[in-house]
Ligand binder design. Structure first.
Ligand SMILES: Nc1ncnc2c1ncn2[C@@H]1O[C@H](COP(=O)(O)OP(=O)(O)O)[C@@H](O)[C@H]1O
Ligand SMILES: [Mg+2]
Length: 247
């Protein structure tokens, strides 16, 4: 099954934890095949929104439609996978075993095809032939790329990343950006990235949404975000580029 890039439509989503109203009437539409980033300072509800999209949290009100089907409906007509901040690889397994784990558990393909898929996904993230490496020997950036290859092995229609650049140095962050840009042209998967890294989001996104205190305050292309007159967007850009542009 080839990935077919789903649409994600979020309508008036609300979520509170006790008295803490974390998501406030969130409306958002992500198009099929889009690379879409959600930016904003920490604590604004980005991760919680992502957890709703993948189905790990249930909203108090509002709904999420994926390919126009209400979230939670089974059987699902799409596959999603998430690249967690910590990469969450199994240290006792090799790189290849980590990537093939899901395929072997689900017995979708014969072993020969699984080996081909592992090789194919490793090549996509620039780690061709690294199947036998031990996961514990990898650098942070390589772990991240293995985690991406593992999520791609599921041939997902929707891939979600939570803070993919956290813990990465600038050079590795740049390599990761290139990896995601090349994925954009090689797959039709819909990609949603949550990040506080403005520069990263501007570089690789088709469109960006800015979150502030649980609300979406702006949506636009990188060019539109850069020239936005929205005070929250301007404030975020000013804070994150202070060292470059001066106070
Ligand atoms: N499981 C939870 N229980 C209670 N509060 C939570 C839970 N998860 C997140 N929150 C709260 O939701 C808010 C938004 O968190 P989060 O989505 O992680 O922010 P971000 O990813 O933008 O940094 C925070 O105030 C956080 O304390
Ligand atoms: Mg977060």
């Amino acid at each position: 099954m080839q990935p077919h890039g789903v649409t994600v439509c979020i309508e008036k989503l609300n979520k509170s934890f006790g008295g803490n109203h974390v998501l406030k009437d969130v409306d958002l539409e992500v198009r099929a095949g889009e690379t879409f980033s959600i930016i904003g300072p920490s604590g604004t509800g980005k991760s919680i929104l992502l957890r709703h999209i993948i189905g790990l949290e249930t909203a108090d009100s509002g709904r999420i439609l994926i390919n126009e089907e209400p979230h939670g409906k089974l059987p699902r007509s799409y596959r999603s996978s998430m690249v967690f901040q910590s990469s969450a690889l199994f240290n006792s397994l090799t790189v290849g075993e980590n990537i093939g784990l899901w395929l072997r558990e689900h017995r979708i393909y014969p072993e020969q095809r699984i080996l081909e898929i592992i090789a194919e996904k490793l090549a996509i993230v620039g780690l061709e032939g690294k199947e036998e490496l031990r996961t514990s020997e990898l650098s942070g950036g390589m772990k991240k790329r293995v985690a991406i290859a593992r999520s791609l092995a599921m041939e997902p229609d929707l891939v979600l990343y939570d803070e993919p650049t956290a813990e990465l140095d600038p050079v590795t962050t740049d390599e990761l950006a290139e990896t995601i840009v090349s994925l954009r042209s090689r797959t039709s998967t819909t990609t949603i990235i949550v990040t506080h890294d403005l520069n990263f989001a501007l570089y690789l996104s088709d469109r960006i949404a800015m979150m502030h205190q649980g609300r979406i305050v702006e949506v636009g292309t990188p060019r539109e975000i850069k020239s936005s007159e929205n005070p929250f967007v301007k404030g975020f850009i000013r804070t994150t580029t202070k060292g470059i542009n001066g106070p």
